[in-house]
Write a new protein. Sequence first.
Length: 300
Amino acid sequence: MTDRNLLYLLILLLGLMATPAWAERPLVVTSTHPLALIVKEVAAEQADVQALVPADVSPHHYSMRPSERRSLAEADRIYWLGAGLEPFLQGTMSDSTLSGKARTLVGEPQGQSENDEHGHHGTGEDPHVWLSPERALAMAERARETLDQLDGVDRQAIERNHRRFEDRLHETEERIRAQLDPLQMITLFTYHDAFHYFADHFGLTIAGTLTSNPERSPSARHIAGLQQSLEEARFPCIMTETQLGGDWWRGLDVPQPLAVSRWDPIGGDTPVEVGGYTAFLESLAEAVSRCRPEQPSKDK
Ligand SMILES: [Zn+2]
């Protein structure tokens, strides 16, 4: 065995020896990846946080695998958005072996919401609530109140983490505002109705959406309306998504040259770590910035 191999072996052994200390941290499982990003901001070093739905799978097309069911059983705490926003987990969460651990990060919607027309689900509320910085703050608050009840968690550290997240989120919002304010003339066209919270928060316009519900196909009339909006737009930008839709706009008669940018509503590429949620918001702002009209198209 070479010296180098010996060194690797030593590092491996040290790693294995260090594992028990790690394993003592509480395990927190969240329904989706973006919720893991939010909860991790508050939990930081106090807990391991992982998402149930894999980061490359849209929650719209999710069915649970046995290994994922096991991770729920092993969790010390489970966070989800509640049956109204995450109906695909309703059955699982009412399982009596899990109900003691499950906590809802946002309340059930109260009656008719202002986002009524955007909803995928019966409650009428747009389920992509993590894309609203205000809602993310409310979720972080809820995480702060409930994480400190877990065994082995340092309450003061949780408080500190939470404050730090609030500060960083506000700074990030200001930065994004400065970045996006000059881009208000762009009109966005999206595949599915996922981005209203983000767009509304930062004053962006979504002029058309292929489908309000990715589980259903749009009607011919809807597509004609979308086509019309595209023709009327001064600076249209087609937004594609990482998990769903692919080149959804290919069937449309689109203006040339066409600005196309991709965004990821669940932040699948963003690791679950402190700073993850704000990095995710920045990635969405970046996606919009890529549609900047004065950007020379010759360099692609
Ligand atoms: Zn969606």
